[in-house]
Structure formats: C-alpha cells, structure tokens
Ligand binder design. Sequence first.
Ligand code: KIV
Length: 273
Amino acid sequence: MSRQNEQKRVTVPAIKARKGNDPIVSLTAYSANSARIADPYCDFLLVGDSVGMVVHGFETTLPVTVDMMILHGQAVMRGSKHALVVVDMPFGSYEKSPEQAFSNASRILSETGCGAVKIEGGAEMAKTVHFLARRGIPVMGHVGLMPQSVNNFGGFKTQGLHQSDWPRIEGDASAIAEAGAFAIVLEGVVEPLAAKITRDLFIPTIGIGASNQCDGQILVMEDMLGFGAFVPKFVRRYGNLEEQMAEAIKHYASDVKTRSFPAEKETYSKPEE
Ligand code: KIV
C-alpha cells in the first residue's frame, strides 16, 4: 500500500490534545471481530490484560503473559483501521527495571504494530514511564484501582473512599504525567478525587468507575454488552448479548436434534457435473 492510500489512525498526540475537549471514547477489544465492530466509534481500543479474566477465565489478570498480549494485540490491529490501539503490559513484564520494560514494550510495539502501551503504577513507575517515553514508546498510565496489585489492595476495591488516601493517589497520577505519559486511566476512584485529578493534570484522564468528570471513558466491552452475571456499579449495560447468544445456541441445538438443520438450502445435494 502506498503511503498516500494509508488509512490514518488516531494518533497519540491527537489523544493528548483532547484534554478538556470532546470526551474520549474507548473500549477494550481482544479479537479482530470485536475490534472491527467497535473501531468506527472509538478513539482508542485497549487490548487490556483483562483478557485473562474475560477470555481465558482466570480469577485475576496476574497469569497473563507478554505472548498472550501480543497475540490479542495482533488480532485487534488486523480488525481495526481507525482507532489508536493501546496494549497492556502484563504483570511481571515491566516492574523489574526500565530496561526490562523497554525490552517487552518494544516487542509489543514491533510485533503488533500498536501505537502505545499501558502500564499500571504510580510514583514508583515514573522512572520507567520516562525511560520508555524518551525512547519512542508512548505510555498510557493507570492509577487508582490497579488490578495487577489486587493482592496488595485485598480485592478489587474502590479507591479514595478515605480522604487521607487522596494525596497518595494524586501524587501517583501527577508523577506519571510528569514522567511523560500521554494519558492516564483512573480506575475505581471516587468522583471528587477523579474531578480534582482531571482538573490538575495536563494530560487526559480516562475513567472506568471514576465518574463523568474524566476527559474520557473506557469500559470492558463484554461488561457493557451484557456478558457475565456480575455487574459492577460503574457498568451500564447497553445490550444483553449473553442472553441472545444462549437463545441462539439453544435454538441451534434443538434444530440439530430434530434434523431441521441443515435444511436442503444449507446442503450440497448435487454432485458436480
Ligand atoms: O485491562 C483492562 O481492561 C483495563 C481497563 C479496565 C482500563 O486496564
């Protein structure tokens, strides 16, 4: 394909420039099909390490590997052409040193073609964010409820319920912004704190369970489409695809049992002449 005909994706600077403007729309995507469907409506698609829980059935995101993220990142890149694609760096792939983070992030960027990585963590990750950002790897931060630290938090707990915790969370967010992140996810953060961080930071905040005061929103696609029995407070269900899927599969099973599927029109009945 010539450069002239290349479809232009949303860029990292374009997302950064949306600070305080038109709200940024994003969803998670793990497959080519879901990426294709969400792509026209989203500014960025996140290949979240939530793939471990949503697709692979793990209890937490901790078992997810770089290879898994690359495989899903490649699928999402193939399925999309408009949205910026951001791929999560999984637990254990960046915490040891900025060099370890660079080696895994550069693999993710070069093997998937995605535009940025996301890493969880506050002030302790600032040096790593700076190291990556200065070496051509755009980084989205993620503070507040950080699912990779579920064992430290003692569960998936809302952050900022005690005002005494606010300075730490605000400090984490500003350290990551100062280090060079182009945007930051605020997860499970009470509204007044999310509003304060959004006001104070010069980069966009992307909320999930962090109120409409953020510069943008993200949801796990399967949550908003109606998969799974548990509906967190911050999720709005825009569909009930689990029920529709079960109904379709039940119908198929019944048609197979009664031999009404496949019918004549779904059958190659004549030998080729
Ligand atoms: O992994 C994920 O899906 C995420 C979102 C919840 C922001 O990090």
